[in-house]
Design a protein around this ligand. Sequence first.
Ligand code: SF4
Length: 281
Amino acid sequence: MTARLDPDAIPEMILFLEQERAKGVRFLRLDPDLARAWVEGAGALDGGRFISAVAVPARVASSGAGVSAKRQALETLRAKALACAKCPHLARTRTQVVFGVGNPEAELMFIGEAPGADEDRQGEPFVGRAGQLLTKVILAMGMTREEVYIGNVLKCRPDVETPSGNRKPTPAEMATCLPWLREQIGIIAPRVLVALGDTAVKGLCSEISTGITRLRGKWLDFDGIPLMPTFHPAYLLRNPSPIIKRQWWEDMLAVLEKLQRPITEKQRGYFRSIATPHGES
Ligand code: SF4
């Protein structure tokens, strides 16, 4: 007998299973009566092995006590995104969808362009060397990685010929994926967005053609939320020039000011001795 799975049920099932796993559940027993109810509820019998979404939302709802509305909404969205195959070439080659990570109530959200090999493997954005640098900068800003939210414009790793290589997402790929991010931002409703790198800025604001060196440090707007364009941390790793570091840090200070966060003299002083040539930005 072949088992059938209702495609519409997949996101709800993933959500339910992930919530159970988060609670420490490692094995699930399927209650035969519950399974029968699912089958009958769906009106589609297949040897008692058809799994429907009908009963799952009730279970999900009952396990959501104490979870914030934003967290719940994000988890529902995440479950849907994990099953996304709008880009068949990426759905075929990805290890997993890299949805995003962090505080659903975050005031600040960092947005990169797409997962690389490390992120694809671990399912979390910014976990490689660039991610470590981003984490350091967040700490220097007086926050923690858990306090902010981190995501990408594209949620699947761009396909490449070699397992370790990375490529930039295309404008078409980013436009296809953007609705997921837009919905994510809509739920979190951060006070400030930071776009990391030229590709991320173009993915968010497709009408912009100016390069990141001229654009950085100047506030943009995304769906009514202030958006700070700045360098991608990978760019700083490739170009560890003191001037670039200072410019990046100035952008972060502007973000702290926008968030009305206190800035210490020590924070203001980072790289202060470095002259920023006018017109570099
Ligand atoms: S990149 Fe985005 S839109 Fe494309 S398959 Fe992945 S999640 Fe879906």
